[in-house]
Design a protein around this ligand. Structure first.
Ligand SMILES: [Zn+2]
Length: 168
């Protein structure tokens, strides 16, 4: 487990200057250009954003609009929608990438490896058999923007089409 979750300890969400000032997870949905900010889906209480520096292709994060670090502080409807959006992400990723498995989870607190500890978020990381070895080989290669944008279009379309995990 330790090795499996270790990529999340170095969590890069954005190279956006705003990340060093305010809260990037509050800032993203306030902006109008979802494609530029890689917001793949907007729900009623939470949204889905692609990690700009993904551990694997299709690395998504589900983020409540409400700022806060504790899941137990979220209203029930927000908690419920996180699970609905998780299902939507899993179905969309299955359709788009056919992964062999997923890591789903939260790093709560800096001690647990949260890169942005003040605003909780659920990671959804598609996994493929042998991808740990693969990443060890090519880990230094930057994700090129064109490819990220292509992934965004694919995933955003898949998440819109998916109907089983809609808003509550
Ligand atoms: Zn925030």
């Amino acid at each position: 487990m330790d090795r499996l979750w270790s990529p999340w300890r170095s969590e890069y969400v954005s190279n956006d200057p705003a990340a060093s000032e305010g809260c990037i997870f509050c800032e993203f949905p306030r902006r109008q250009d979802d494609a530029a900010n890689l917001i793949a889906y907007r729900g009623e209480h939470a949204y889905v954003v692609m990690n700009r520096f993904p551990y694997n292709p299709g690395h998504l994060m589900i983020v409540p609009y409400q700022h806060g670090s504790e899941p137990q502080a979220l209203p029930p409807e927000t908690s419920a929608e996180l699970m609905h959006l998780l299902n939507r992400c899993l179905t969309g990723l299955a359709q788009s990438y056919s992964p062999d498995g997923y890591n789903v989870g939260m790093n709560l607190g800096a001690a647990a490896g949260a890169g942005i500890a003040d605003h909780l978020h659920v990671h959804v990381v598609p996994r493929w058999n042998g991808d740990t070895n693969f990443m060890a080989t090519v880990g230094d290669i930057k994700v090129i923007p064109e490819r990220l944008q292509q992934s965004y279009e694919t995933l955003a379309a898949a998440l819109r089409e998916e109907t089983t995990g809609g808003s509550v």
